[in-house]
Design a protein around this ligand. Structure first.
Ligand code: AMP
Ligand code: MG
Length: 473
């Protein structure tokens, strides 16, 4: 690493966590050289976390570090395999990205700076190693929206337009290019372990697992049975993560095991979508013909992926401990999902049977009607009125879908409000606003900011949308 006195990004104290494990886990790669570097997005809100001050980091600093990739090289293309739509694929790995570096956050945690669209690697196969501009825009928006919805997610640190013309089957082509830098807890995936099993290196599985526990599960590092506890906690974290997606109305789209993080964090946003209406069959990826990764399948798929991870982990953890760990998945998922849905409905807690009734009625209402999933909660937040506690007929009566809201749902909601003291109504209103932003990142919304970009190179609607997401407007 070359220290550069004037660029604060290059002057960060990069740590070498993965390099210290030896070169079995990555290949050294250079970054592509691009014809152009136009900074389209810098995530200033993330800078303090990595010890930077947005006032002292210039656009040119971003471009030098994350567009021209000066100062730090080579980079690490991480090796991994994975199950893709159920088929084992041993020809994966970072094909258009690399680990730029690892930095210690001001919260004491280690973070990865990973790229997307930074050029070809030994894992690119026949592909170009590039990211489309639209792909970059979509990932920025997904991460920011999910973050504001309380999902544990990676976020984009920067996106630079790179002046190339790309050809893609799923975008009108030629299409514009970009390179993105992502801040996440880790880029170690379930598939990282699957590869080590495939190449029959249980020694490398143990070494990597020790490192994962030390860095991302440090409270377990000095305990007995740390490996079993690690798996049990990964199950719990993953269960909670899927619950967060489900409550947010988010369909990831490609839940292959190479897109599952070993830290239980959500990342890699390709053909994702937020659901327009509550529909378990809703499927985000156009190429997911069997609806394997539909919205409603996500809990089952994540549990299945955790089960597949047992294959490499069997080298270290007993079968009975693995089974005991996985058996907790439903509990973790259900308790988090119920908590989050209750919050979206304005409540911190309710008597158990009433909470269950309210959730059942809410899902039934949203399944039986075409009321928008996000619109429903947004209206609940914006229309909330203390009178709802007095009179069940007043609940949601001013919304355009009021006629579709059943009496049964209103009377259940009315009953729940009446379980609270009058003084608690304010906190219901606050909670509704906190957990239900007015703007949802539905596909037409993304298109509405993308069109001005391609038609007139007008980025203002995109920045305005980011601001609305940030302010939960
Ligand atoms: P994803 O579906 O984005 O998670 O990617 C699956 C695999 O394909 C990963 O190994 C990627 O690195 C690789 N990949 C996707 N797009 C490209 C591309 N344009 N060039 C090279 N590799 C790619
Ligand atoms: Mg991926």
């Amino acid at each position: 690493m070359i220290k550069n006195n004037s660029n604060p990004i290059l002057n960060l104290d990069y740590e070498l966590a993965i390099e210290t494990l030896g070169d079995d886990y990555y290949d050294l790669v250079p970054a592509a050289e691009f014809p152009q570097h136009i900074l389209r997005f810098r995530n200033d809100s993330l800078l303090p976390l990595i010890g930077l001050n947005s006032q002292t980091v210039s656009d040119a600093d971003f471009i030098e570090a994350f567009g021209k990739f000066q100062g730090m090289r080579p980079f690490l293309a991480l090796r991994y395999h994975g199950y893709q739509f159920g088929q084992y694929n041993p020809y994966l790995g970072d094909g258009r990205g690399f680990l730029y570096g690892q930095v210690r956050g001001t919260d004491g945690k280690l973070y990865d700076l990973g790229t997307k669209g930074s050029g070809r690697t030994p894992y690119s196969r026949t592909a170009d190693g590039r990211l489309t501009l639209k792909g970059g825009v979509r990932e920025i928006l997904a991460a920011e929206a999910l973050f504001q919805l309380g999902v544990k997610t990676s976020r984009c640190l920067s996106m630079i337009e790179t002046g190339e013309s790309l050809w893609r089957g799923d975008e009108p082509s030629p299409t514009r290019s970009s390179v993105m830098v992502r801040l996440s807890r880790s880029h170690i995936r379930f598939g990282t372990f699957e590869r080590l099993h495939y190449i029959q290196r249980s020694d490398l599985i143990e070494k990597l697992l020790d490192s994962v526990i030390k860095i991302y599960y440090s409270h377990l590092a000095d305990t007995e049975e740390k490996y079993s506890k690690f798996y049990a906690e990964l199950v719990e974290r993953t269960g909670r993560l899927v619950a967060q997606w489900m409550a947010a109305g988010f369909c990831h789209g490609v839940l292959n095991t190479d897109n599952m993080s070993i830290t239980g964090e959500s990342f890699d946003y390709g053909p994702y979508a937020f659901i327009p209406t509550y529909d378990p069959q809703f499927t985000a990826a156009y190429f997911d013909y069997g609806r394997l990764y539909s919205y409603g399948n996500q809990p089952l798929i994540c549990k299945h992926n955790l089960e597949m991870l047992q294959i490499p982990l069997k080298a270290i953890i007993s079968q009975s401990d693995l089974e005991a760990g996985l058996a907790q998945f439903e509990d973790s998922y259900q308790s988090e999902y119920q908590k989050l849905m209750l919050q979206k409905l304005g409540f911190a807690e309710l008597p158990v049977s009433l909470a269950e009734e309210l959730l059942t009625q809410t899902i039934k209402l949203l399944s039986d009607t075409d009321i928008g999933y996000h619109a429903f909660f947004a209206e609940l937040a914006s229309g909330f009125n203390y009178d709802w506690r007095q009179e069940s007929q007043l609940i949601l009566e001013k919304t355009e879908f009021s006629k579709q809201v059943s009496e049964r749902w209103c009377s259940t909601y009315h009953l729940c409000l009446n379980k609270l003291a009058v003084e608690e109504m304010e906190s219901v209103g606050d909670r509704l606003k906190k957990f239900n932003p007015q703007t949802a990142l539905l596909r037409p919304v993304i298109e509405s900011v993308w069109q001005p970009i391609i038609a007139a190179n007008d980025w203002q609607p995109f920045y305005d949308l980011l601001l609305k997401i940030k302010n939960k407007k």
